[in-house]
Design a protein around this ligand. Structure first.
Ligand SMILES: CC(C)(COP(=O)(O)OP(=O)(O)OC[C@H]1O[C@@H](n2cnc3c(N)ncnc32)[C@H](O)[C@@H]1OP(=O)(O)O)[C@@H](O)C(=O)NCCC(=O)NCCS
Length: 160
């Protein structure tokens, strides 16, 4: 598939991809935590929870880790599954994490991963799809808006 002049292959992640992807997710995910969330948690604790998140997502209905590959190297991924909407109970897709290697950004790769994940979720009966983005993550918000996502709810938090 052509992506801004690149020739990429899209496929499901293989067992040998997992360690690198989970490490990337833990590193980038740490950057998404608020100061409140980081307090009392080490990056190592967080990495263990991220590994648990992958396990949870991939064990859930419709759980999938789709990767984009360039000449045998994973250059992007998206992790998602199906789950009932908390309020309505209707089956929806949930995107846990998405990543594109810095040198592959700004070429529409996140759009392609989103489109493929949405197609997969819709094919399994999902009526919508959601994801959570930190308020400071402008690139991710732009990518989501480009893929047709709109803000439906805001999460307010505070320390106690
Ligand atoms: C968020 C992230 C996945 C976005 O990846 P991306 O591939 O650069 O995002 P997009 O697919 O939206 O890229 C669109 C950009 O490519 C450009 N583009 C070029 N060709 C395009 C095409 N064929 N289709 C769509 N956009 C194209 C767009 O104009 C846009 O440019 P801009 O960002 O300068 O406005 C990436 O920044 C990332 O991995 N961030 C770190 C991890 C992270 O924060 N993950 C999300 C956690 S919630």
């Amino acid at each position: 598939m052509g992506q801004g002049g690149l020739s990429l292959t899209f496929r499901s992640a293989r067992p040998e991809d997992m360690a690198g992807i989970v490490a990337t997710s833990a590193e980038t995910g740490w950057e998404q935590l608020s100061a409140r969330e980081r307090e009392g948690v080490t990056p190592e604790d967080f990495a263990a929870r991220v590994a648990g998140m992958f396990h949870h997502a991939l064990s859930a209905p419709g759980g999938a880790l789709l990767v984009a590959e360039d000449s045998g190297k994973v250059v992007g991924y998206i992790l998602f599954c199906l789950q009932p909407n908390n309020l309505t109970g209707r089956l929806e897709g949930f995107f846990f994490d998405q990543f594109v290697e810095p040198e592959y950004r700004h070429r529409g790769l996140a759009q392609e991963l989103n489109a493929r994940a949405m197609e997969r979720c819709a094919g399994l009966g999902a009526t919508g799809v959601s994801l959570l983005i930190a308020p400071h993550n402008g690139d991710s918000q732009k990518a989501a808006r480009r893929s047709g996502f709109k803000v439906e709810r805001l999460i307010f938090s505070r320390p106690l």
